[in-house]
Design a protein around this ligand. Structure first.
Ligand code: PEP
Ligand code: MN
Length: 347
């Protein structure tokens, strides 16, 4: 990883670095952070001669050699002071970052989504979620509808809140980027779909879109989870949030095996914010509050929660696991208090 003295290398400087790298069969990737650019060396970056030549250039501050399976996501990388912003809010700065909304937007009943969106804005959330295209276990279940994209865009316009939708393929990704969706969600089923992760990183590089990467439900280790996020960052988009959402095998009685407790492990390894999804983790609305607070107590930076103004009328997961906006308000308030106490306790 190369860190220049100035915020960015000029074209001639970059060319000099690229020439040195290519002489050692490596290439250089420019990564635009919020305030400055850093440059990753792709290939065998341990090569001594290349390392010394680049480090010796007058315009280079330092060249880091991090022995890590995820050199950009690593806490010690040049991106360690990178902060992820969604809309105007820096994730994990002053209070828990909370996204909420229905599992699935019902295209035949847009007022349910719009009313939910307004109630959530009142409840104090930082962003709205809503499934436009849905990854479903069987092909006979409802799969989603492009019309729902228009509905969530309308909700953004009316509430001013940033929006989060899941994308599962290139076409959906392109539509979401055209619509300037604020958060691109990668679901648990695609959490290790490396081609999709690369494409998301590449097409969203330099845009304002962040990526909420769910943990694969079969993903065993925090390292594998962080390495999946590395695919997005290594293609040029460092605005990644990690989202534990429960794993398998399921804890009998819950939807998955709750895993909010990995938040501090992730945070010790990477600079990326952790935004826990309690809804898919426990899978029952009555346990969502406890799981949310547990996540914040464990050090998570935020939450992504399923919420619906009338869960019984919802489609997808909503009848079972969505909480009403009133409950979200309680979570916003209680998680906020817990957050301040957590910082007092740490100081
Ligand atoms: C969702 O957020 O509605 C969803 C399908 O999540 P996951 O990919 O975590 O199952
Ligand atoms: Mn869902």
């Amino acid at each position: 990883m190369i860190i220049p003295k100035k915020d960015k290398l000029s074209k001639t400087e970059l060319k000099q670095v690229e020439d040195i790298a290519s002489a050692s069969a490596c290439s250089i990737l420019e990564i635009q952070g919020r305030n400055r650019c850093v440059y990753a060396i792709l290939g065998d970056e341990t090569q001594e001669v290349m390392f010394k030549r680049i480090a010796g250039l007058s315009f280079i501050r330092k060249v880091d050699r991090i022995e890590s399976p995820y050199k950009l996501m690593d806490r010690r990388s040049a991106l360690s002071d990178h902060r992820v912003k969604v809309g105007k809010v820096e994730v994990g700065k002053d209070c828990p970052f909370i996204i909420a909304g229905p599992c699935t937007i019902d295209p035949a009943n847009q007022s349910l989504f719009l009313e939910t969106a307004h109630a959530l804005k009142e409840a104090g959330v930082n962003g709205l979620r809503g499934g436009v295209w849905k990854p479903r276990t069987t092909p006979y279940s409802y799969q989603g509808d492009n019309k729902s994209l228009e509905i969530i865009l309308k909700a953004r316009e009316e509430t001013g809140l940033p929006i989060d939708i899941e994308v599962m393929d290139s076409d959906q990704l392109k539509l979401a980027l055209e619509a300037k969706v604020d958060v691109l969600q990668v679901g648990t089923r695609n959490a290790l779909n490396y081609s999709l992760l690369k494409e998301i990183g590449k097409l969203s590089a330099g845009s304002n879109a962040s990526v909420l990467l769910k943990r694969g439900r079969h993903v065993a280790s925090p390292n594998e989870f962080i390495a999946a996020a590395e695919y997005i960052v290594a293609e040029g988009n460092p605005n990644v949030m990690l989202c534990p959402r429960g794993t398998t095998p399921t804890l009998d009685g819950y939807r998955n095996q709750p895993d909010e407790s990995i938040s501090p492990l992730l945070k010790s390894k990477t600079w990326a914010p952790v935004v826990v999804d309690p809804s898919h983790s426990v899978g029952h609305s009555e346990y969502v509050m406890a799981c949310s607070l547990s996540a914040i107590a464990y050090g998570a930076d935020g939450l992504c929660i399923e919420s619906h103004i009338d869960p019984a009328k919802g489609i997808g997961d909503d009848p079972k696991q969505a909480v009403k906006p009133g409950r979200i308000r309680e979570i916003v308030e209680t998680a906020g208090l817990l957050w301040s106490n957590r910082f007092q306790a740490a100081n």
